[in-house]
Design a binder for this molecule. Sequence first.
Ligand SMILES: [Ca+2]
Length: 507
Amino acid sequence: MINSPGQHIISKLNHLAVYLRVPIFCRQLHAYTIGVLVLSVILLLGSCKSEVTTPITAEDRPLNFVVIFCDDLGYGDLSSFGNPVIQTPNLDRMVYEGQKWTQFYVADPVCTPSRSALMTGRYPIRTGMTSKKRAVLFPDSGSGLQPDEITVAEVLKQKDYATAHVGKWHLGHLPEYLPTAQGFDYYYGIPYSNDMNAAEGKSKLYRDQMSDPDFYPDTQNYNVPLMENEEILEQPADQNTITRRYTERAVQYIQDNQDKPFFLYLAHSMPHIPLFASEEFRGSSKHSLYADVIQEIDWSVGEVLQTLRDLDLDQHTIVMFSSDNGPWLSFETHGGSAGPLRAGKGTTFEGGQRVPTIFWGPGNVQPGIVDEMGSTLDVINTFAVMAGADLPTDRKLDGYDLSGVLKGEEQTSPRTQFYYWAFSELHAVRSGPWKLHVQQRKPVHYGNIAAMDGPELYHLEADISEKYDRYDQYPEVVNSLESLMSDHLKDVEGSTPDQLVIKIKTE
Ligand SMILES: [Ca+2]
């Protein structure tokens, strides 16, 4: 399955063995022919040797990694995950050629905490990236992911990876918190959500229009900066072309770094509202602006994968596709779908935290459907193992190495448990198929605490939609899940204090 230099030599020798049988059974063969054959053998062996030792071949370098991360894309928004109208042929092909993960979780149901976990492999409660008072970072935030946190990019730097972040960061917009301060050589994108810095009354205008699936917003109403490294390139960013421009930068980055190991983190700012699509994609779905936006993201995925194929890097790159949280259901026709899952963004129901996830890497990722558990928390461990890099040992990480499952060498995931955090509260825990929910936020108007009659227990594999509470029937399961929760709460004691409440000081 894995193409290594050693296997390449064996393959060449096998070809030679077949070749050498010819003179053994050929009576008319004379000395001149044998001489030519011997010379050919020497030349071929020589060419094998030079091929293995040439330092610039991709096989000699650690695998490249590309993470394509959407914003608020729901579990039910791709045709390969069951959407009946949105056309995503490039993602469908990615599924067919790669691994589709059906039980893959983000560590939090909103942007900032979720992204911090992808970058660090740590629950946001450990890094101060979750808060009871503010869901995410805002343009007036005075903090961000702490500089001493170690990101995926910093881990891969041990192996001299070229590293770039293209797209939405949302882990701090002040210089000391930008991607360039967290292991990325290059940054091009928006530092926080695309609906922030809205002109007065414009957020309400969007809410008033959300029942119209074709309502198209005005990019001038959102004074969001587009940055390159630490500089602002344009403000407001022209979001009409943002998906196309991210894609062009990503493709350019791959072309420019094709001779090095690279890590590209491409985080689309769509389909978070306000929704924008390039002109060629507006109306492309014939269903809604939301569907047009997803179809442009699908096009973008196709461009990235085709670039890797064209550069012969497809067999030397792992591409992961996922979303930072579930669909923003309160935006009605401008929000996506969680498919069969309950609720969406901002909740710890499955619709908030289970996201459509695909791993692709011909020759390195065994194609198939994986119904085991995985999480964005596991990315840093998995990539570190695949790159031969070390993980930090001076702090607690919450991830597992999924590389055995990716390669098809292991059938079961090392992740068997998952803790559902939101707003710095531990709402639920999953162990095997069982999920115990002890707190909830409102399914649509997230952020508002939902009153519960008592804890609820769901069997997620028999009841994917969390409809049938089994709390009273399985007290022993409840006991065991409750003790997991109390152990976990003890384990995160002494974490970094809430950084999301800190605002920029104004004298
Ligand atoms: Ca989000």
